[in-house]
Every structure is written in structure tokens, then in C-alpha cells.
Design a protein around this ligand. Sequence first.
Ligand SMILES: C[S@@+](CC[C@H](N)C(=O)[O-])C[C@H]1O[C@@H](n2cnc3c(N)ncnc32)[C@H](O)[C@@H]1O
Length: 217
Amino acid sequence: METERNFVARARACRSHQDIQDVYAQWADTYDSDLVNGAHDYVAPVIAAETAYQLLSHNSGAVLDAGCGTGLVGAALAKRGATAIDGLDISPHMLRIAETSGAYHNVFLGDLTKEIAKPSQSYELVTCVGTFTHGHVGPVPALRQFSRLLKDGGHIVATVLEELWLPGGFQEEVGKLAAEGLMDVISIELHPYLKGQDRAHVLILRKKRKRVSVSTL
Ligand SMILES: C[S@@+](CC[C@H](N)C(=O)[O-])C[C@H]1O[C@@H](n2cnc3c(N)ncnc32)[C@H](O)[C@@H]1O
């Protein structure tokens, strides 16, 4: 139990990409058993996946699971029927486990603090669970990148640890995306995260459809 707590504390204390690589390289093999079956009751992936799946237009709609880790969200989506899920993560050790889960069509290394190397309008859904937390990824540029990657009308479903919503700049960036006419805010609700320990905002945003202006000559 001590080790499990240590990994959560160590992950949240990361100060650099090297720290992230080191922690997750050591944690990858026991991450699922520690968080889901161990001292923690990490309910966020299933809560987010249930919400996200309902937003898919059909099972083969393209999904990006950003910060996929070992693939808990992908597995929950695939269990419901989703078949076209890509997983992105900065940790090759976590990605290796996501790949062997069989839930993902494709997994690739990526850094959510930079531009994501995928064409615009590639996905109808972007999920990001457990990655907007202490020591990990902030809202800029990640939320704007997700918006770019979405087809018009596509959705972002993301968790943001409760205590980071305001001080981490998430509320501000979501407000900017809405004010600029890029995304509509569908809902922002608090849900259990590590059940009994902390909560996260589950954020649902929808990319605005571009207005087509018809000119009469
Ligand atoms: C707590 S885990 C969450 C994994 C998975 N989504 C889940 O809910 O189990 C956070 C993940 O974020 C990844 N991560 C941290 N910083 C990142 C970055 N800059 N770009 C991409 N992934 C990152 C870590 O490697 C780790 O797999």
C-alpha cells in the first residue's frame, strides 16, 4: 500500500518530462493493479468513458485518447463497442501496455505540451483522463490542440483535478475557447476521481460547426 501511495505522490510531484518518464517507467507494470484494484479506487476512466461513448456517432467514429497511459479509458470504450481508438502518451512504457491491451487501433508517442503531429479534423472525440493533474499537463496548448484535431461537432471529454480548475488556468482557457467561438461548453461536473480521496471536473466541450455562407449572385 505504501508503494501505491508513493507512486501517486511521486507522479503528482513531477517537475519535468524526465521525472514523468522515470516515474511511469517504474510504475507501468503495476499501474492498473495499484489504481483500480489496490488501495485506490480510480473510477475516473470508467466515468469518463461512459460519458464519451454516448457522444460517438457510431462505433467506428475516430477517437484520440490523449495521455492514454496503460489504456484504461480505451479498454472501457472498446468494451462498449468503440473500434477506432488511437492512444497518445509521452511514456513508452505506458504505451507498450496500452498497445498489448488490444483496445487501440494505433498508439503513438506524443507530448501534450506541444503541437500534436496529426492533421486537423482527424477525430470525432478526444478523451483526456488523469492527465490534467499536478505535475503533468496544463490547459495550454493541449485544449486548443484537441479542438484543432476535432471534426466540426466533435467532442472533448476531459478530467481536471478539482483543485487545479481555477489555479491551473483551466477555467480561463475553456472561457477563451468559448469566447473565440471555437468550442461550446456542454457541461462541467464534479465527479469522484480517486474515490473517497479526491474529485475531478469532467469537462465536455463540443467543437462549433462552421457556418457556411451562401451568397446569391
Ligand atoms: C495518471 S496517468 C493517466 C493515464 C490514463 N489516461 C488513465 O486514466 O489511466 C497520466 C498519463 O499522462 C502521461 N503524460 C504526462 N505528461 C504528458 C505529456 N506532456 N504528454 C503526453 N502524455 C503525458 C503519463 O505518461 C501518464 O501515462
